[in-house]
Design a protein around this ligand. Sequence first.
Ligand SMILES: Nc1ncnc2c1ncn2[C@@H]1O[C@H](COP(=O)(O)OP(=O)(O)O)[C@@H](O)[C@H]1O
Ligand SMILES: [Mg+2]
Length: 378
Amino acid sequence: MAPQGLALEETKLARDQLAQDVERATGGDVVVERVLGEGRMARVYQAEQQSLERKVAVKVLLPRRARDRSTLIRFGREARAMAGCTHPGIVSVFSVGETSRGLPFFVMEHIEGETLEERLRRKGKLPLREVTRIVTAVADALTYAHGCGLVHRDVKPANVLLERGTGRVLLTDFGLAKAVRGVTRITTLTGTGEIMGTPEYLSPEQAERGEVDARSDQYSLAVMAYEMLAGLLPFPGPTPQDFVRQHVEDTPPWLPRVEPTIPVAVSKAVDRGLMKEPGARFGSAEAFGQALKGASEAALAAEPRRRLWWGYERQLVQATAIYAGAAWGVLEALTWVLETFGLPMAFRQPALLLVIGGLPLTLALLCYARNRPRPIEI
Ligand SMILES: Nc1ncnc2c1ncn2[C@@H]1O[C@H](COP(=O)(O)OP(=O)(O)O)[C@@H](O)[C@H]1O
Ligand SMILES: [Mg+2]
């Protein structure tokens, strides 16, 4: 018998007309398994592609959004943007299609794992090494997209996928991506004056004037880096209007004050990435990633040596004390046994040698056990 959770999931799917429409449009090649996520514009399913026996993700436009012509255009643009920009850090698109009700969808590689948003919700903040790895990977993907003439415009943790097992970091959701030459004003493009992007991560120029170029993606990436390091956003909001004002006017709390373990050089790189004036930031997302990497590697290289040295010293004292106590106890007990049973005291010599010989071995084992390199989570 199917477990109850699965039965419920199937009932939910049976009512999901959209999933059935997608399956029919692919001639049954794609079989939808479950909903992965849903945003303002689209729903994303996990599915199985029968012909190639592989997991895929399918993103389909929501029926209520299909009446809006600009959304339709944007959705088609997203698939083309992702398909035309092949990079290990950008989710690959396999095919596009349209349901019988005229809803566009595209089939893409399925990333087994979690979003950065989910990881942050689970862990609060992330270690410097992990932050550096994620930021440099997203920076590389962004730099590549910028080279393709695309600005992402919605860089945020919910759009960063972390693959389980391989540790791959992938940028997704190019739904707001825009082909941009130089600085482009986007309010005229939407025609509604509606702010595009997510208020928490908007650059000041995007929030205030609707202007975007590669440097505004770099700003959003710096907001993300700040959030990963501090465990909270640089600006607290909470309303969209508050976020816009804070991005334009406020200075975020100094990172080492929020989280004292953050090296000053790392904090300086993030601060530069968060400059209000686009010209004062890094020249590219890649330059930001590299600056953060350089600062964090220098700090990490200096720190373990300090920690290890202090660790060894303390452990040596502790281990010697414990060992000396235990050895004294063993020798006392042996002496008592020899005296009680009238055995020759010469029997003490081998025990003494064993105790003395065991000391360096015990110390070495203890130090190794305490200082062995720990794997970082991928
Ligand atoms: N290729 C994928 N593999 C696995 N999960 C995905 C994939 N694409 C999207 N998702 C999941 O679906 C959610 C919504 O996808 P996204 O493209 O960001 O849509 P939206 O435009 O609605 O924000 C993501 O946050 C993620 O949880
Ligand atoms: Mg999204």
